[in-house]
Design a protein around this ligand. Structure first.
Ligand code: GUN
Ligand code: FE
Length: 442
């Protein structure tokens, strides 16, 4: 089951997927056709056939576009403050501890294991401003088989970053970012570039103009991904308007940080003009609906962004979002869009309560979590199609401990909708990245 286009679900029974030694899909066919049955016979004879049980099915691996890896110890707590206070009171002190790789190693190991077990085959990470621990995160992803984009966080502004957790100068931050990119590209065992670097200015308020400009120049030279936060909350959005005189999106564009490979977290307060600018650059938005309820006080108008041609996918925003499961982001993306459409204040009359035409449905949210995310990253992932990476999970609705109830009258689409709403890691019996099993067993 996959979403080849936004809003379209394709369910193929008795599908045969042939994957090459590098983990790319060579062909997809139907086992009941001559080509399909010949492929089945060939790979069975070679003892290289994996067969699902009649009620199991494959989904594409999930693409989580926004994770703060060092915030994993904070997951599920500390959600009581507004963004700026939350950063200073909880988050910066926690991230500063990653100067110690002995502290970082078990946390990053547990995070990558947890994400893989929840079906996240591609993860886009903010690490910390420490070169060594950021490289360690990349090495752990490589060792555990997760596809990942990893960024060493840059933040140098003394007015917004505490002395114990900031880059000493723009030059130092740019030099370390450059070194990090080179080290990741040269990582032993990363010949297939399953681990990619991202230039990662935390957000405009934490970075000086000199740093942002320097990172924009570096992005042009290195041609890598870029990730940052953009128009997330009233405070942050207003801060940028005050300091730069223009919106986040316009300022990022001016610094050379808005490209086809830019991932902008949140984007709740983007104007129609900002959305057009982002669409024009081919940049993408990481929609993090759960986090937005706690820190943004606004819901991303995701349908409006899509209708204006912006690439959008989903993120958990660990630990601003309190779940490591991107399936929860799928659920909350639907819920947030319904809240925006209906409105939530019962004192207002129904006709004035919400924003008409805002909702997305489960099929669109599923696309956001898979092919939509792949599209944001400009990578061939999130679909079962020749030329795409075989990143996938086997779902077993009957696994021990399952919450899913599938009945004879359920259509394939019913099964998918029930799965998106009710799947737990008990149902995710095997996870594949680039054709190799990285968790569970098939
Ligand atoms: N803006 C700057 N840093 C952060 C962060 O760590 N989390 C969230 N949600 N927003 C941010
Ligand atoms: Fe974030």
């Amino acid at each position: 089951m996959h979403a080849p286009r936004r809003g379209a679900i394709e369910i193929v029974e008795d599908a045969v997927i042939v994957v090459d030694d590098a983990g790319r899909i060579i062909s997809t066919s139907d086992a009941r056709t001559p080509d399909g049955s010949a492929a089945v016979a060939h790979f069975a004879a070679a003892e290289r056939l994996t067969t699902l049980t009649p009620r199991q099915f494959l989904l594409p691996g999930l693409v989580d576009l926004h994770i703060h890896a060092p915030q994993f110890p904070q997951l599920g707590k500390a959600l009581d403050r507004p963004l700026a206070e939350w950063l200073n009171d909880y988050t910066f002190p926690l991230e500063a501890r990653f100067a110690d790789t002995a502290y970082a190693a078990p946390i990053y190991g547990a995070l990558v294991d947890t994400l893989l077990a929840n079906g996240t085959t591609t993860a886009v990470y903010f690490a910390t401003r420490h070169l060594e621990a950021s490289r360690l995160l990349a090495e752990i992803c490589l060792a555990k088989g997760q596809r990942a984009i990893v960024g060493r966080v840059a933040q140098d502004d003394p007015a917004q970053c505490p002395e114990y957790y900031r880059d000493p100068s723009p030059e130092a931050a740019i030099a370390e970012t450059s070194a990090f990119i080179s080290q990741l590209r040269a990582l032993p065992g990363n010949g297939a570039a399953r681990i990619l670097p991202a230039i990662t200015p935390r957000f405009i308020p934490a970075c000086s103009d000199a740093l942002l400009r320097g990172l924009g120049d570096l992005a042009a030279a290195m041609r890598c991904h870029i990730q940052t936060h953009c128009s997330e909350s009233d405070w942050e959005h207003g801060f940028v308007l005050d300091r730069c005189g223009v919106s986040d999106a316009a300022a990022l564009d001016g610094f050379g940080l808005l490209t086809r490979r830019s991932i902008l977290a949140h984007g709740n307060l983007l104007s129609p003009g900002d959305l057009d600018r982002i669409a024009g650059a081919g940049a993408g938005i990481a929609h993090c609906p759960l986090s937005n309820f706690f820190f943004a006080r606004a819901v991303l108008p995701v349908r409006a962004a899509l209708q204006r041609g912006v690439n959008v996918g989903l993120g958990t925003d660990i630990a601003g979002g309190a779940s490591a499961s991107l399936f929860d982001s799928v659920r909350f993306a639907v819920v947030a869009s319904r809240a925006l459409e209906s409105g939530v204040d019962p004192r207002r009359p129904p006709a004035e309560r919400g924003v008409a035409g805002s909702r997305i449905d489960f099929a669109e949210a599923f696309w956001l979590a898979t092919a939509g995310g792949g599209n944001v990253l400009d990578l061939p992932i999130g679909l079962f199609r020749p030329g795409y990476e075989f990143d996938a999970m086997i779902i077993d609705p009957d696994a021990p401990g399952s919450n899913l109830q599938v009945f004879a009258e359920d259509s394939g689409e019913d099964v998918l909708q029930k799965t998106l709403n009710g799947v737990t890691r008990a149902n995710i019996v095997a996870v594949f990245v680039a054709g190799a099993i990285v968790q569970g067993a098939a």
